[in-house]
Design a binder for this molecule. Structure first.
Ligand code: OKP
Ligand code: ZN
Length: 353
């Protein structure tokens, strides 16, 4: 049955257009482009059971519940600061050329950079340009996730937040991997704020959600489950192995399934089955949050797994068996021509269609 699915979307993302990112030292057009969300919307619009709604403003507090205020104000001010100091001509995006790594900070004091360069102390890669529309788009993406949570609280069994920029690489005091604020983590935290004590985030993006892992690694109220390409070969390289299982109160409540190159539907669904068993054993008392990336698709230009469009329906159907209301948060996916069909396939699986 095709139950209506609220689709929380906004045009705010259109002004977040980074133009270029660096790929192995070479500037290339951004894979994470406005065209992605436009393509998804166009596909969903052909089916009237997808009900488009605007996000409502939830303010800064839900963001500050997880992210450092320095990150938030720096992202808010970086573009105007860069214009004022001439660091950008207003056309070129802001990309870092020096990182505040742990090794740099080790054993001596570090200086507070001037306002033009403060942004870089929060960046962890050169793939995440910031432009004039970025901060507002990132704020609205959070609002989309939180509005989807509101819809599920109001009784919808399934809601989809068409977030752009994505979020799962953003950590407490760190942005990168095309992500600024962690939309899915903020949605999970909102469930906790409403009284949940066991929330599950299922991350099916091709890349490990290092930001989500970091945010909840020591917590016992959010279980983070991630299926992704083995970090031995894939971005973000520094996290995502199976032995990263949480710590302290969160011991056992972070689980990773690194996958080999060309893993296909059956291989993927076998790993998902293990993840869903862990989810069931946790006895969640809140809606399921899915960090939904579609860069696991066989034709994705920056990835190497081998899922087909119908596999997303099977993933959705398997997750539906948890019997939880579900909030789907858009993450990655760069095979633009297939993106709409893949989103619909996942949502149809989740609604039993
Ligand atoms: C964001 B999401 C590889 C460069 C990787 C960044 C990928 C960010 C993915 N040489 N660039 O998880 O889809
Ligand atoms: Zn990804």
């Amino acid at each position: 049955m095709r139950v209506p699915v609220p689709v929380i979307r906004s045009d705010a993302h259109l002004a977040h257009d980074g133009l270029i990112e660096f790929l192995n030292g070479t500037p290339v057009p951004c894979f994470e482009s406005p065209a992605r969300a436009v393509a998804i919307e166009r596909a969903l619009a052909a089916d009237p059971t997808f009900v488009f709604e605007e996000p409502t403003d939830h303010g800064l507090d839900p963001i500050l519940a997880l992210h450092d205020p320095g990150l938030v104000t720096t992202l808010a001010e970086a573009w105007d600061d860069a214009l004022a100091t001439g660091m950008t001509d207003g056309l070129r995006p802001l990309l870092p050329d020096a990182f505040l790594t742990a090794a740099y900070a080790d054993g001596h004091p570090t200086s507070r950079p001037g306002r033009s360069h403060r942004l870089w102390s929060y960046a962890f890669d050169t793939a995440t340009p910031l432009v004039g529309g970025t901060y507002h788009a990132a704020r609205v993406a959070v609002d989309a996730a939180l509005t989807a949570v509101d819809r599920v609280h109001a009784g919808a069994p399934l809601a989809y937040a068409l977030c752009r920029p994505p979020g799962h690489h953003a950590g407490p005091a760190m942005y990168g991997g095309y992500c600024f604020f962690n939309n899915a983590a903020i949605a999970a935290q909102a469930l906790v704020a409403r009284g949940a004590s066991r929330v599950v985030i299922l991350d099916i993006d091709y890349h490990h959600g290092n930001g989500s892992q970091q945010l909840f690694y020591r917590r016992d109220d959010v279980l983070y489950l991630s299926l992704h390409a083995d970090p031995e070969r894939a971005y973000p390289y520094y996290s995502g192995t199976a032995d990263e299982r949480g710590a302290g109160a969160g011991e056992g409540l972070n689980r990773n399934w690194p996958l080999p190159e060309r893993a296909d539907g059956p291989r993927y669904l076998a790993a998902l089955d293990e993840a869903l068993t862990v989810a069931r054993d946790f006895a969640p008392d809140a809606p399921l949050i899915i960090s939904a990336g579609f860069d696991t698709f066989h034709a994705d230009p920056i990835a190497d797994l081998a899922l087909q469009t119908d596999d997303y329906r099977a993933i959705g159907a398997a997750a539906r068996d948890l019997g939880l209301a579900t909030v789907v948060i858009q993450e990655g996916g760069y095979a633009i021509d297939a993106l709409g069909a893949n989103v619909i396939s996942l949502l149809d699986g989740l609604r039993g269609a």
